[in-house]
Design a protein around this ligand. Sequence first.
Ligand SMILES: [Zn+2]
Length: 240
Amino acid sequence: MANEIELMDNNTTSTALSTGNVTFSLKSLNLTDKCPSVMVAPTGSKLSKYPFPKIKFEEGRRCRVAILTEDVLMLKLHYHPEIGYIICNGGMCCKYCDKVSIKYCYPCVMYETDNAGRIVSPQVDMRLLVLGGEMYDQISLLSEIGGSITNMDLLFSCTSTQYQKCQVTQAGPAAWRTNETAIKHVTEYMKNNCDKILDAIGKSFTNEELVAKLGDLNAPIQDQKVISPDALNDVFNVGV
Ligand SMILES: [Zn+2]
Protein backbone atom coordinates (compact mmCIF):
# COMPACT_ATOMS: atom_id res chain seq x y z
CA MET A 1 0.00 0.00 0.00
CA ALA A 2 2.85 2.36 0.89
CA ASN A 3 4.02 2.67 -2.70
CA GLU A 4 0.66 3.08 -4.33
CA ILE A 5 -0.56 6.54 -5.18
CA GLU A 6 -2.77 7.90 -2.45
CA LEU A 7 -6.35 8.47 -3.43
CA MET A 8 -7.97 11.24 -1.47
CA ASP A 9 -11.64 10.39 -1.78
CA ASN A 10 -14.77 12.16 -0.69
CA ASN A 11 -14.48 10.80 2.81
CA THR A 12 -11.04 12.19 3.58
CA THR A 13 -10.88 15.70 2.12
CA SER A 14 -13.30 18.53 2.43
CA THR A 15 -12.11 19.95 -0.92
CA ALA A 16 -13.11 16.76 -2.64
CA LEU A 17 -16.39 16.82 -0.76
CA SER A 18 -17.27 20.30 -1.84
CA THR A 19 -16.29 19.82 -5.50
CA GLY A 20 -17.22 16.19 -5.84
CA ASN A 21 -13.84 15.52 -7.55
CA VAL A 22 -11.23 13.07 -6.43
CA THR A 23 -7.68 14.41 -5.98
CA PHE A 24 -4.38 12.59 -5.70
CA SER A 25 -1.19 13.14 -3.72
CA LEU A 26 2.35 12.06 -4.63
CA LYS A 27 3.52 11.96 -1.02
CA SER A 28 2.50 8.35 -0.41
CA LEU A 29 4.87 7.17 -3.15
CA ASN A 30 7.80 7.80 -0.77
CA LEU A 31 10.01 8.78 -3.72
CA THR A 32 12.39 10.72 -1.46
CA ASP A 33 13.26 7.49 0.36
CA LYS A 34 14.32 5.92 -2.93
CA CYS A 35 16.18 8.97 -4.21
CA PRO A 36 16.95 11.77 -1.73
CA SER A 37 17.21 14.48 -4.40
CA VAL A 38 13.59 13.93 -5.44
CA MET A 39 11.12 16.03 -3.48
CA VAL A 40 7.36 16.26 -3.30
CA ALA A 41 6.06 19.70 -2.37
CA PRO A 42 2.99 21.88 -2.77
CA THR A 43 2.63 23.49 -6.20
CA GLY A 44 4.32 26.88 -6.15
CA SER A 45 7.41 25.48 -4.40
CA LYS A 46 10.61 25.70 -6.39
CA LEU A 47 13.69 23.52 -6.46
CA SER A 48 17.15 25.14 -6.42
CA LYS A 49 20.15 23.75 -8.21
CA TYR A 50 22.30 24.34 -5.12
CA PRO A 51 21.46 24.15 -1.39
CA PHE A 52 22.58 27.77 -0.97
CA PRO A 53 21.82 29.68 -4.18
CA LYS A 54 23.63 32.99 -4.57
CA ILE A 55 21.49 36.06 -3.98
CA LYS A 56 21.09 38.07 -7.17
CA PHE A 57 20.20 41.70 -6.67
CA GLU A 58 17.90 43.59 -9.00
CA GLU A 59 17.47 47.31 -9.47
CA GLY A 60 14.09 48.48 -8.20
CA ARG A 61 13.68 45.55 -5.85
CA ARG A 62 14.86 45.51 -2.24
CA CYS A 63 16.07 42.29 -0.64
CA ARG A 64 15.60 41.67 3.05
CA VAL A 65 18.19 39.31 4.45
CA ALA A 66 19.50 38.12 7.82
CA ILE A 67 23.09 36.90 8.05
CA LEU A 68 23.44 33.65 10.04
CA THR A 69 27.09 33.63 11.10
CA GLU A 70 29.22 36.16 12.95
CA ASP A 71 32.29 35.02 11.04
CA VAL A 72 32.78 35.36 7.30
CA LEU A 73 33.91 32.98 4.56
CA MET A 74 36.67 34.64 2.53
CA LEU A 75 37.89 33.18 -0.71
CA LYS A 76 39.60 33.91 -4.00
CA LEU A 77 37.76 33.14 -7.19
CA HIS A 78 39.04 32.60 -10.74
CA TYR A 79 37.10 32.56 -13.96
CA HIS A 80 38.19 30.15 -16.66
CA PRO A 81 36.43 30.30 -20.05
CA GLU A 82 36.18 26.48 -20.34
CA ILE A 83 35.36 25.57 -16.74
CA GLY A 84 33.62 28.63 -15.30
CA TYR A 85 34.25 29.75 -11.74
CA ILE A 86 37.06 28.00 -9.86
CA ILE A 87 37.67 28.47 -6.14
CA CYS A 88 41.38 29.28 -5.78
CA ASN A 89 43.60 26.98 -3.75
CA GLY A 90 46.81 28.83 -4.57
CA GLY A 91 48.00 25.97 -6.77
CA MET A 92 47.72 25.19 -10.48
CA CYS A 93 44.53 27.27 -10.80
CA CYS A 94 46.67 30.41 -10.52
CA LYS A 95 48.77 29.23 -13.49
CA TYR A 96 45.76 28.52 -15.71
CA CYS A 97 43.86 31.70 -14.81
CA ASP A 98 45.55 35.06 -14.53
CA LYS A 99 42.83 37.06 -12.78
CA VAL A 100 41.53 36.46 -9.29
CA SER A 101 38.80 38.26 -7.36
CA ILE A 102 38.19 38.28 -3.63
CA LYS A 103 34.75 37.37 -2.26
CA TYR A 104 33.22 37.50 1.20
CA CYS A 105 30.36 35.07 1.81
CA TYR A 106 27.72 34.50 4.45
CA PRO A 107 24.96 31.92 4.69
CA CYS A 108 21.75 33.81 5.29
CA VAL A 109 17.98 33.69 5.25
CA MET A 110 16.12 35.70 2.65
CA TYR A 111 12.58 36.82 3.38
CA GLU A 112 9.71 36.85 0.96
CA THR A 113 9.03 40.55 0.52
CA ASP A 114 7.37 43.10 -1.74
CA ASN A 115 9.55 45.34 -3.92
CA ALA A 116 9.99 47.78 -1.02
CA GLY A 117 11.44 45.02 1.17
CA ARG A 118 8.43 44.55 3.45
CA ILE A 119 7.94 40.96 4.62
CA VAL A 120 4.84 39.39 3.03
CA SER A 121 5.12 35.77 4.24
CA PRO A 122 6.53 33.91 7.23
CA GLN A 123 8.51 31.69 4.86
CA VAL A 124 12.29 32.11 4.65
CA ASP A 125 14.67 30.81 1.97
CA MET A 126 18.27 29.80 2.52
CA ARG A 127 20.72 31.76 0.40
CA LEU A 128 24.39 32.64 0.11
CA LEU A 129 25.32 36.28 0.27
CA VAL A 130 28.41 36.85 -1.90
CA LEU A 131 30.04 40.25 -1.54
CA GLY A 132 32.88 42.14 -3.13
CA GLY A 133 35.06 44.48 -1.08
CA GLU A 134 32.80 47.51 -1.31
CA MET A 135 29.63 45.89 0.03
CA TYR A 136 31.62 43.93 2.60
CA ASP A 137 32.87 47.25 4.01
CA GLN A 138 29.25 48.32 4.53
CA ILE A 139 28.48 45.05 6.36
CA SER A 140 31.61 45.38 8.51
CA LEU A 141 30.57 48.88 9.52
CA LEU A 142 27.03 47.77 10.45
CA SER A 143 28.49 44.88 12.46
CA GLU A 144 30.81 47.26 14.27
CA ILE A 145 28.01 49.69 15.12
CA GLY A 146 25.49 47.00 16.12
CA GLY A 147 27.97 44.78 18.01
CA SER A 148 26.67 41.77 16.07
CA ILE A 149 25.75 41.18 12.45
CA THR A 150 23.39 38.23 13.07
CA ASN A 151 20.81 39.92 15.28
CA MET A 152 19.57 42.34 12.62
CA ASP A 153 17.75 42.24 9.30
CA LEU A 154 19.54 43.94 6.44
CA LEU A 155 17.93 45.73 3.53
CA PHE A 156 19.79 45.63 0.22
CA SER A 157 18.71 48.36 -2.18
CA CYS A 158 20.26 47.54 -5.53
CA THR A 159 21.80 50.44 -7.44
CA SER A 160 23.22 48.38 -10.31
CA THR A 161 21.99 44.99 -11.48
CA GLN A 162 24.94 44.69 -13.84
CA TYR A 163 27.59 45.25 -11.21
CA GLN A 164 25.54 43.78 -8.31
CA LYS A 165 25.93 46.94 -6.24
CA CYS A 166 23.71 47.76 -3.30
CA GLN A 167 23.19 50.22 -0.53
CA VAL A 168 22.95 48.20 2.70
CA THR A 169 20.91 49.43 5.65
CA GLN A 170 19.82 47.91 8.93
CA ALA A 171 16.11 47.03 9.07
CA GLY A 172 15.33 46.20 12.71
CA PRO A 173 15.90 43.03 14.69
CA ALA A 174 16.21 39.71 12.80
CA ALA A 175 12.55 38.79 12.17
CA TRP A 176 13.11 35.06 11.56
CA ARG A 177 14.33 34.62 15.13
CA THR A 178 10.80 35.34 16.42
CA ASN A 179 9.22 32.56 14.34
CA GLU A 180 9.44 29.02 15.78
CA THR A 181 8.86 27.33 12.41
CA ALA A 182 11.58 29.39 10.74
CA ILE A 183 14.05 28.71 13.57
CA LYS A 184 13.44 24.96 13.24
CA HIS A 185 13.78 25.05 9.45
CA VAL A 186 16.97 27.13 9.48
CA THR A 187 18.61 25.01 12.19
CA GLU A 188 17.84 21.74 10.40
CA TYR A 189 18.89 23.13 7.04
CA MET A 190 22.22 24.44 8.31
CA LYS A 191 22.95 21.11 9.99
CA ASN A 192 22.21 19.06 6.86
CA ASN A 193 23.62 21.29 4.13
CA CYS A 194 26.46 23.36 5.57
CA ASP A 195 29.07 21.25 3.74
CA LYS A 196 27.53 22.34 0.41
CA ILE A 197 27.64 26.02 1.21
CA LEU A 198 30.09 26.92 -1.58
CA ASP A 199 28.55 24.84 -4.37
CA ALA A 200 26.86 27.81 -6.05
CA ILE A 201 30.05 29.92 -6.12
CA GLY A 202 32.40 27.72 -8.08
CA LYS A 203 34.08 24.38 -8.37
CA SER A 204 37.21 23.34 -6.55
CA PHE A 205 39.80 21.09 -8.13
CA THR A 206 42.99 19.41 -6.97
CA ASN A 207 46.08 20.22 -9.07
CA GLU A 208 45.84 16.77 -10.67
CA GLU A 209 42.21 17.25 -11.63
CA LEU A 210 42.96 20.59 -13.27
CA VAL A 211 45.90 19.16 -15.23
CA ALA A 212 43.68 16.31 -16.41
CA LYS A 213 41.04 18.78 -17.58
CA LEU A 214 43.20 21.50 -19.10
CA GLY A 215 46.50 19.84 -20.03
CA ASP A 216 49.84 20.03 -18.24
CA LEU A 217 51.36 23.52 -18.26
CA ASN A 218 54.39 22.23 -16.36
CA ALA A 219 55.35 19.57 -18.87
CA PRO A 220 59.01 19.96 -19.98
CA ILE A 221 59.32 21.63 -23.40
CA GLN A 222 60.76 18.49 -25.09
CA ASP A 223 57.65 16.50 -24.09
CA GLN A 224 55.39 19.06 -25.73
CA LYS A 225 57.24 18.97 -29.09
CA VAL A 226 55.92 17.04 -32.04
CA ILE A 227 57.39 13.55 -31.90
CA SER A 228 60.44 13.09 -34.14
CA PRO A 229 60.44 10.54 -37.05
CA ASP A 230 63.08 8.43 -35.23
CA ALA A 231 61.11 8.35 -32.05
CA LEU A 232 58.03 7.48 -34.04
CA ASN A 233 59.84 4.48 -35.57
CA ASP A 234 60.85 3.38 -32.09
CA VAL A 235 57.21 3.49 -31.04
CA PHE A 236 56.09 1.40 -34.00
CA ASN A 237 58.94 -1.12 -33.60
CA VAL A 238 58.13 -1.84 -29.99
CA GLY A 239 57.62 -5.55 -29.52
CA VAL A 240 58.53 -6.44 -33.15
ZN1 LIG B 1 44.40 30.08 -7.85
